[in-house]
Design a protein around this ligand. Sequence first.
Ligand code: FMN
Length: 337
Amino acid sequence: MKTAITELFGIEHPIIQGGMHYVGFAELAAAVSNAGGLGVITGLTQRTPELLAKEIARCRDMTDKPFGVNLTFLPTLSDPPYPEYISAIKEGGVKAVETAGRSPEQYMPALKAAGIKVIHKCTSVRHSLKAEKIGCDAVSVDGFECGGHPGEDDIPNMILLPRAADELKIPFVASGGMADARSLVAALSMGAAGMNMGTRFIATKEAPVHENVKQALLKATELDTVLVMRALRNTERVLKNKGVEELIEIEREKGGSLKIDDILDQVAGVYPKVMVDGKMDAGAWSCGMVVGLINDIPTVKELIDRIMSDAESIIRQRLTGFLDGTGRSAAPARAIA
Ligand SMILES: Cc1cc2nc3c(=O)[nH]c(=O)nc-3n(C[C@H](O)[C@H](O)[C@H](O)COP(=O)(O)O)c2cc1C
């Protein structure tokens, strides 16, 4: 399949793996890139720019295909040295960066001077237009369904994607709630040139996370995520667990006066406990509603091949069937898995 996104990043399939804290290591990024998508290393999971340089080199050893690095500008408790991270990306010869959180405006000159394509993750049309204006090459339009930070507007992708299509000139991928061929074809129909997946890629053989995490994703349904930190205007969609229940209880007690310090135990330092140690009740970690569509743990290549071949059948048989009349009584499109 060829779209503006496959052309932009020099990849075979219009599928991007979003940056994921403590998940987006070289193993996963390389597996996605080797399968024809765009794998992404999560920059800030590497505690220093030197460690990021090593992670990029490790990924380079595992794939000769293009891959990217995610740079997240979120309110963190530390203040990461972003210019040095960008130097590590540039010196590592990486040509794609996924930015997220705040606008990447101040870093655009450095990124563009290094010939890096920038895809900025946005949760609104106005932020997407700003990204276009400051020279981003593409945007990742992240709907309310998404795992992680959906912003504060609460607009799901059925509305957000066509709205983005109506306003943007640069290409965009659909992000949030994407799991299979149905997601991809729907996203393409609504104007996107591909899709970005987060949660779905965690439930793959290559995702370098504790087995408990993958099993929790298999078990969970679409009813098992919840929004936290709304009072801080730093809303995050996470998987429910005991730590998250405590967090919600504190939020209830504190109401509008909630401070980050009130919930540090439930939100700070949680990722290594969950992703490395498999302690599933440790606190808040991002997970999308799409968890309700995850029923297996394939290899990344099996997942991507399945998405692309099912997408072809949906387009050639199901959709064309409606047009030529042969598909009138077609059953709902089930996931093959
Ligand atoms: C465990 C996890 C960690 C994430 N960490 C980050 C991150 O560090 N930076 C970022 O920009 N997005 C992060 N995200 C968001 C993803 O890149 C992606 O935008 C999101 O998962 C898409 O929604 P989906 O989960 O419904 O596919 C994370 C998502 C998950 C599930």
